[in-house]
Ligand binder design. Structure first.
Ligand code: SF4
Length: 253
């Protein structure tokens, strides 16, 4: 026998609630893709100048912590440093650069062997592909020399703006951008120098407020400050010489 559909119950003379008509779409809280995030309030020139001064006092001559003797070694170390500490990369490269002394040695290495050699740095399969691909291109198209322009560096497998900026800035002293890694991202937000979260946009924001002659040193200073003081989980604000200039929400003092 066919079941009859239950009728909606009446409550005190009113009929039961009808299903709601689909409402008009709510306004999204998060900024839409492509929307422009307002300029960070902390970027007035006097404040930025004061931040730079404080960084210079705390870190007058810091540089990249990845040990290297030339631009090629720095390129390889930077590729290896993705999702890995610089200390571990340095431990691995100590023997790696002896076993593979030139771009040719990496370019025509045995992939399985190279994977084993760099395994402690993590993501070793992808890193092997990037290292061998970049090395081959350097050997075949750049006469064995790491190129000196952003455009050319970005043509190398496994190389994005962060790696290219590290190599150009540290190995060649060429400032065409700012290195934006996890520390620079976090500190740029905490110091209200950028309200973006995408590293490419953060880099553009920083390039607008930091003088170009400071781009190389500034990124090293933020990286060191991020490692030593302004750490991700529990920033040591009581020890921070930028504390009076900082109004980050997660300050610990
Ligand atoms: S005061 Fe705290 S949050 Fe601000 S920069 Fe210093 S360590 Fe980071």
């Amino acid at each position: 026998m066919k079941k009859q559909k239950a009728k909606p119950k009446k409550i005190a003379g009113r009929s039961a609630k009808k299903p709601k008509a689909p409402s008009s779409p709510r306004k999204a809280k998060a900024p839409r893709a492509g929307s422009v995030i307002p300029k960070a309030a902390g970027t007035n020139p006097q404040r930025v100048h004061a931040i730079l001064q404080k960084l210079d006092e705390a870190y007058p001559a810091v540089t990249c912590a990845l040990e290297h003797h030339n631009a090629f070694q720095l390129l390889i170390s930077t590729i290896l440093s993705a999702q890995c500490t610089d200390e571990r990369v340095n431990q691995v490269t100590k023997t790696l650069f002896v076993k593979y002394p030139s771009p040719k040695d990496f370019a025509y290495a045995n992939p399985a062997e190279l994977e084993r050699d760099i395994r402690p740095t993590g993501f070793f399969r992808n890193k092997t592909k990037s290292i061998m691909g970049a090395s081959k291109k350097i050997v075949q198209e750049f006469a064995g020399e790491v190129p000196r322009t952003m455009e050319e560096l970005l043509m190398l497998p496994g190389v994005a703006r962060k790696t290219a900026n590290v190599v150009l800035g540290t190995a060649y002293g060429i400032a065409v951008g700012v290195v934006v890694d996890t520390h620079v991202t976090r500190l740029s937000n905490r110091l209200d120098l950028s309200r973006n979260t995408d590293p490419k946009k953060i880099e553009q924001d920083l390039m607008q407020v930091i003088p170009q002659n400071k781009w190389i040193l500034f990124s090293h200073q933020l990286i060191w400050h991020g490692r030593k003081v302004c750490q991700a989980r529990k920033p040591k604000c009581a020890e921070c010489n930028l504390e009076t200039l900082c109004y980050a929400k997660d300050k610990t003092v």
